[in-house]
Design a protein around this ligand. Sequence first.
Ligand SMILES: [Ca+2]
Ligand SMILES: [Ca+2]
Ligand SMILES: [Ca+2]
Ligand SMILES: [Ca+2]
Length: 612
Amino acid sequence: MIPKSVRGRGVKQSVRNGSAAVFACLLLLVFAYPGLSQSQAYRRFPELEAAVRDLASRYPQLVEVTSIGKSVEGRELLLITLTDRQSGSPGSKPALFVVGNLEGQHVAASELILGIAQELARGWSRSDSIRSLLRQCTFYLLPRANPDGAERLFGKVRWEQAGNVLPWDDDFDDAADEDGPEDLNGDGWITQMRVPDPDGDYLADPQEPRLLRKVDRSKGESGQYKVYTEGLDNDGDGEYNEDGLGGICLDRNFPHSYPYHQPGAGRYQLQAPEARAIVDFLLGHRNVAASLAYCLHENLLLPSSGERQSAGTAPTAETGTLRAPAAARRQASAQPATSLHEDDLPYYRRASEVFRKLVGVGDRSLITTPKPEGAYFEWAYFQYGIPSFATPGWYPAPESGPAPKSDTSGAEGPPTATSLARSLLRSARAPQERVGESLDAEWLRWFDKHAGGAGFLPWRRFRHPQLGEVEIGGFLPGARVNPPDSLLPELIRRHARFCVELASWLPQIEVDSLNVQALGSEVYRLTLRVRNRGYFPTVLAHAVRARAVKPTRVEIETQAELLSGNKYAFLEPIAGSKSQKTEWILRGKKGQEVRIAVIAEKAGTVRRTIRL
Ligand SMILES: [Ca+2]
Ligand SMILES: [Ca+2]
Ligand SMILES: [Ca+2]
Ligand SMILES: [Ca+2]
């Protein structure tokens, strides 16, 4: 029987009235996942907000909490600004922007970022290097970009809400969000239903009966099940849960390589207020000099050797942006840039090496990532012009078999919790199943070995009012992107180390030398040498091409007469540890004051005064 409370109603009602997850909680007592009451580590929005504000009250000299905008449901997009204010205002220093939870169900991102902020604040009193880092640079940390989506993993009924909750008509029937899933068996989770049907496209995997795999009719196999998200056909259109809550997937809504008319992409770029708020913030904070996104994209597992990839092989196609410059040259000019500028590659390679070392990541991960179309981290590099990195944060390694491949003709896995998540998976994510080896099977092995089997809810029989006898079960929502919470503390420590390293790479200009040489007859030569003591350049090569970052400007202010050299001069980009010289010839009186300002958009501002 369907619980009366959810019979024939939509998701919103069942969220309020759904039954408790007694069975699931018993099963998962030891390994706590988001949404489980015993999980202390994963926070709902009010708890996250309390933790963020608590940090600000404990470290008022370092931490400020503001909001950069509101979600569709009115939750604040909380920004932690972290820097030593005594050494300068946050906006006057080069900054690292760290954003997470672009996909609603990816709540581990929020915990990682909050944890990084806490580590930095604590480190200020304990570590000389963190203290000096916080004098030089600013951290802007946005732990929960999609708070409305995230809440769906914590209610009485929980599911993966990848996108935001802006009403959206997924199936073009002129009704928005009219048929979301229901928690029919009352276990608190929206999982899957498998319905015995010889016309179905799935059969129980003979090697692992918990799993379903797609039928290969060319081998004479016949179907066993049709697979649906758990729920009813609320609007009687013959489809089950085809149009759930919302929405727009933020990480498909940014203005670069925007996937027009694709599921989750929205009607237009930055239609999602959450994505728009991020772009507005960054455009208004030109001091942001690098970005790290905790999201379901990835570009930090790049080959760390200098070997160029030839066009077409694209071993990192699954993981992001790096394609051979040769391939870039062949790209039709009408296509958006999708390859890193050749001169920017060394920074990405170095970041990859350091990331692998500090975070302890191998070559393979069970987390598959979609094609980066309309993705934030791509926009940050290609349009905003800064080094931009993306990571899911957690890299569960497969127990066996070859690395999951991205390009496979293998069968698509069964649908997931919401229609949005499902359509996103279908259109973008690597298929859950591939020829020969099943990614789902590897996940199951991982859960069995590392989480006592938690992460998968066994199939249980249920009498469905529209479909008859079905079974309900499948992967626990959120468990394939968020680690069991016992793993979080160590992950936070590792990622904090990486963030500290990355921030230490930000470009930082300083005056290497400023000299006056008397040439006689009240004529003087003024020589200025500006050095970038960071590792990243003052302007990336791509940012020059895209005109995304202003050139570094040198201004001279004096009553003396300028005989040569400009009042305003522009410097070429300065690579890390390198310097650049500027000269003026002046006619003036001995002792006359000359003021110099060097203003670098991403690398700070320095001012000096000297007398002739
Ligand atoms: Ca609809
Ligand atoms: Ca359920
Ligand atoms: Ca419909
Ligand atoms: Ca329907």
